[in-house]
Design a protein around this ligand. Structure first.
Ligand code: AMP
Length: 175
């Protein structure tokens, strides 16, 4: 199967989960397929390979699963952006809107040195609130954001507009 077709066939649509009206994109079949998982990591890492990235920020929780192997592939460090109360040392915090509810994102204040080249990785770009919060966290710490990478973009939710100042790439886009 060709790349994009293989990835799409391994992204399962779950209607009305976790609440009515949400079409949830389940990537667990993709993660369970070594060829597809490898392709995802290779393509996202390939996008940033010439950008001298020193830190990859992965967004809790599925962004960890994608961001950590991308970081290793780039020879960069991995930085978790976590839900409130999970990180043990001083943090920066940003509160944002989700497709379903509101939440906050935190990052350790010493996780990124000013001037570091930073990429942000998550599984899905939906409304863009989460990604915009991650961008703000990186900027507050003085990181130089080279771009964001997503496995999936729900284009019809317009999330790209929320991160309009930053370059982003998505492997599979639903319009
Ligand atoms: P948003 O802030 O609306 O862009 O939402 C992005 C975050 O919520 C990502 O971390 C996704 O994991 C999750 N998310 C939002 N909508 C969906 C969806 N339809 N399917 C899967 N994950 C989603």
């Amino acid at each position: 199967m060709a790349g994009d077709e293989m990835l799409e066939s391994l992204i399962h649509d779950v209607a009305d989960w976790p609440q009515p009206g949400v079409g949830f994109k389940d990537i667990t079949p993709l993660l369970a397929d070594p060829a597809a998982f490898t392709e995802v990591i290779d393509r996202l890492a390939g996008h940033f390979i010439d950008r001298e990235v020193t830190k990859v920020v992965g967004i809790e929780a599925r962004g960890f699963l994608i961001g950590a192997p991308v970081a290793l592939r780039l020879g960069a460090g991995f930085v978790p952006a976590r839900k409130p109360g999970k990180l043990p040392r001083p943090t920066e915090t940003v509160t944002y809107d989700l497709e379903y509810g509101t939440d906050s994102l935190e990052i350790h204040t010493d996780a990124i040195e000013p001037g570091e080249q930073v990429a942000i990785i998550d599984d899905v770009l939906a409304t863009g609130g989460t990604a915009a919060a991650a961008v703000e966290l990186v900027e507050r710490l003085g990181g130089n954001l080279v771009g964001l990478g997503f496995v999936i973009e729900l284009g019809f939710l317009g999330g790209a507009a929320r991160i309009a100042g930053a370059a982003h790439t998505s492997l599979v886009t639903y319009r």
